[in-house]
Design a protein around this ligand. Sequence first.
Ligand code: ZN
Ligand code: ZN
Length: 364
Amino acid sequence: MDEKMDAYQLDDTTKHAQTDLHKCPGCGANMTFNPDKQLLECEFCGQSVDFKKDSAVKEKDLEEAFDVAEKWDETTVISCDNCGAKFVISSTEVAAICPYCETSHVRKSADLAGIKPNAIYPFLFSEKNAEQISKKWAKRKLFAPRRFKKSIEANNLHGVYQPGFTFDSNTFSVYDGVLGEVRTRTVRTKNGYRTETYTHYFPVSGTLSFFFDDVTIGASSDFDNKSYNKLAPFTKESIKVYTKDYLAGFSAKHYEKDLKTCWQDAKSVIDNRIRNLIVRKYNADTVSYLNVSTMHENVTFKYVLYPIYLLNYRFKQKIYNIAVNGNTGKVVGKTPVSFWRVLIAVLIGLGLIALAAFLYINFA
Ligand SMILES: [Zn+2]
Ligand SMILES: [Zn+2]
């Protein structure tokens, strides 16, 4: 606890230097990142300031990072007393509301933001565009209640960078096992011939070298691998070296799975892919058993922030989340279902069946 407090105080002293960097040269207000222009902009007097952008994102050595990782100390961790979410904002800012539950029960927490991200996919469009995109998406949801569709507004959409780790690894695997191939054969029966399928098993053993590039592991509860895969891909050309300018006016989710845990997850993703590669190499259809032992060399990682616009909608005591990929505009989420809309659809359906039956009985 003491150690945490000390580090937190350190945070406060570094604050002044950064404050100046985000101050508007015109009026002194805080500037925020404008995704449409990719500049820092003042909401009050409209002045904008460019900042240095670097596309040469570097991989980091994994082993080194376990020992000495750079701390993300230009930030403040905010925790929400209402929903329990923890998120990170630039330490020059004050959080007004929680992007997850939209209440103002937020407070500065003594927690630290962990290691510093080294790459970021900046938001490429503003909340206003995210609103248009989400509205279009909701329009196609026939059973979603009108009240829900109406709630989609730029004001309710919050840009939150979600954390993920990507890993590169040079693998070398030694394997042995028994694989099966489904074959057909013709057999003689009492009445003639018949084709049947059977599995032909054969032993395999060997080695496999494969380089894995950017195996990605989502590192927060609402940005796990499943939701990452749904929201992916992100625009590769837009990735930049992380600087705090991109965070100005936005927040980032505090990672819940650390680098070590994510690397364990990445290894099992890689293991599965290696097994698939081996099975495919032999054109096998089934696996009787397959032992694979894999060595990882030159493992590097990137700690990446992914841009997601979130919309949280409360309908009948339940919270529904919509997530919009801030690069591509891909929308993922479930809408609430209106009982009346479903009922009307069912009635129309039943009506059509009845009509069809009537026509059939009377005219067929
Ligand atoms: Zn200004
Ligand atoms: Zn909250």
